[in-house]
Write a protein that binds this ligand. Structure first.
Ligand SMILES: [Zn+2]
Length: 528
């Protein structure tokens, strides 16, 4: 028996089996079941999301011999013929190859005659935006006064190129791009039926490579089966797709944190030897940075993945700002990759740029102003806040609380739980019992173990037992409010420092960079 490609074999034949388009399916099912039929539908969405599959299911629902319903029987000869693509009253036209007005006129003239065997004559016009202007005009006349036995189902990847006069006569549904997660789940289901084993991670890679198109995902899966046989492994898919082993990306970010330029360059070279696509590498790096950023905000968002531990770790080391910067550099590096002398150079320079901008407390070079400002602030901080620094290097000399909560919070090293501390104000304090009020707006910060982390940080700081009571309220004297006030003052100074910096000027001249002044934030709170 010849091999049937998966995309055809698994083409959804009912609304229930159509993946990822719940809203559209729901709306169409309601319309069908309540007999609220429209004469023209327009399905929009990127390629491979299921527009024509949906159109055929709708055609079946309209013509099933049992009744008009969202659940066509799938048994009658009409349902069968539609599935096999040989139902006489279903006319499918690919507008990309039938742009001429004459073809359209013939088609529309035919629509005047009653259907041969079905309830309705259904016209599916795919890529409808490709029709010529006169062809659209010819169609418009029929759309304005359609015979009651005619249904139009138009599909397009480019709704902007469809005349408004046409769009306004259609009931429009925008089909969503499928998420990689949805695709991955669907692939798993198919492989189970096909009795082919696959590592979960290999399916995730295929789903990602499909960029929201189920059809593409299935044809990659076809290739994967041809390539691997009955056992699809992550390793095979990586080499088949030229995908990047995540270990490389994680190692790059770790090397950034360590400020280890040599290691960064070594990794780039190693990737080059494995002939990975650097375009894909930067895309994946941006994706990983996005994951880490998201994890900082919503800690429980991670899907099952072997990278979770690394993502978790990196999310506590990187600041939100440095992740933003690294992301931007990755995106720009990818955009400019084709301008580089060669891909390896383009890729390495992008990594070096990340390194140059990665805020380090050690002023290893005077390369950029952000670092300079940061290191100056650190020096002031060291002078004025020696005690805090001592505790952070492990000198367990007991600290004494002087009643200044804002200053105390600033000296605590508590990662993400800092946001909790910053939205709290001190109501009263006595003998290492802290009574705090948390601004009601930030109630969510009491989750994720932040309270425990804050408590632990205070215990470490004072090197003794403490008690922490947090109630909800609305006292504005929180460190974060204090910071906002002070940073408004600092902002002006920082803004001019940045605008006068030679490196920034170079970026503006050479890279068309734009300084968004509203986004400038002073590196650290000014001390005293
Ligand atoms: Zn039927």
């Amino acid at each position: 028996m010849s091999y049937e490609v998966l995309a055809r074999k698994w083409r959804p034949k009912s609304f229930e089996t159509l993946v990822g388009q719940d809203n559209t399916v729901q709306a169409l099912s309601n319309a069908l079941d309540n007999d609220r039929l429209h004469h023209a539908y327009l399905f929009t969405g990127t390629r491979g999301v299921g527009k024509t599959s949906l159109a055929r299911i709708l055609a079946k629902s309209l013509n099933c011999e049992q009744s008009i319903s969202s659940k066509p029987c799938q048994k009658c000869s009409t349902c069968n013929d539609i599935d096999k693509g040989r139902f006489i009253d279903l006319i499918e036209v690919d507008a990309a190859s039938n742009t001429q007005v004459d073809n359209m006129r013939d088609l529309l003239e035919n629509s005047q005659y009653a259907p041969t065997s079905g309830r309705f004559k259904v016209y599916i016009i795919d890529e409808v935006h490709m029709l010529s202007k006169s062809a659209f005009n010819a169609m418009l006349k029929t759309l304005e006064e359609p015979p009651s036995h005619v249904k139009f189902i138009l599909a397009t990847t480019a709704p902007k190129n469809v005349p408004v006069t046409v769009i306004s006569r259609c009931l429009q549904f925008n089909l969503k791009q499928m998420t990689a997660e949805n695709i991955s789940i669907h692939l798993k289901k198919i492989l189970k039926e096909e009795e082919i084993n696959a590592e979960d991670e290999s399916l995730d890679l295929i789903a990602k490579a499909a960029h929201g198109s189920m059809r593409d995902a299935l044809s990659i899966l076809d290739q994967a089966i041809a390539y691997s046989g009955a056992e699809i492994s992550t390793k095979n898919i990586i080499s088949m797709l030229g995908t990047i082993d995540d270990i490389f990306l994680v190692s790059i970010l770790n090397a950034l944190v360590e400020n280890n330029g040599k290691k960064v360059m070594g990794l780039a070279k190693e990737m080059n030897e494995k002939s990975v696509s650097f375009d894909l590498a930067l895309e994946e790096l941006a994706r990983l940075i996005h994951k880490i950023s998201t994890h900082q905000i919503i800690p429980d968002i991670l899907n099952a993945s072997s990278l979770n531990e690394e993502i978790n770790k990196l999310s506590t080391i990187f600041t939100a700002e440095s992740l933003q910067l690294a992301y931007q550099i990755a995106i720009n590096g990818r955009r400019d990759l084709h301008l580089a002398p060669d891909p390896l150079t383009g890729f390495s320079m992008t990594l070096l740029r990340m390194l140059a901008f990665y805020p380090s407390t050690q002023p290893t070079n005077e390369f950029n102003s952000k670092k300079k400002i940061q290191s100056e602030v650190d020096i002031i901080k060291k002078k004025t806040n020696l005690k805090n620094e001592q505790s952070s290097v492990g000198n367990k000399e007991d600290n004494i609380f002087d009643g200044d909560w804002v200053k105390l919070v600033d000296g605590l090293k508590i990662g993400l739980a800092k946001s909790l501390a910053q939205e709290c104000s001190l109501v009263s304090y006595e003998d290492y019992v802290f009574n705090l009020t948390l601004n009601k707006k930030f109630k969510h910060l009491t989750q994720n173990g932040y309270i425990e982390k804050l408590e632990e940080a205070l215990i470490n700081y004072f090197n003794r037992k403490i008690k922490l009571n947090i109630s909800l309220g609305s006292d504005p004297k929180t460190p974060s409010m204090q910071k906002k006030l002070e940073s408004a003052e600092l902002k002006k100074t920082t803004e001019s420092a940045i605008m006068e910096d030679n490196f920034i000027k170079e970026l503006i001249d050479d890279f068309d960079a734009e300084v968004i002044t509203s986004s400038i934030e002073p590196a650290k709170k000014k001390e005293n």
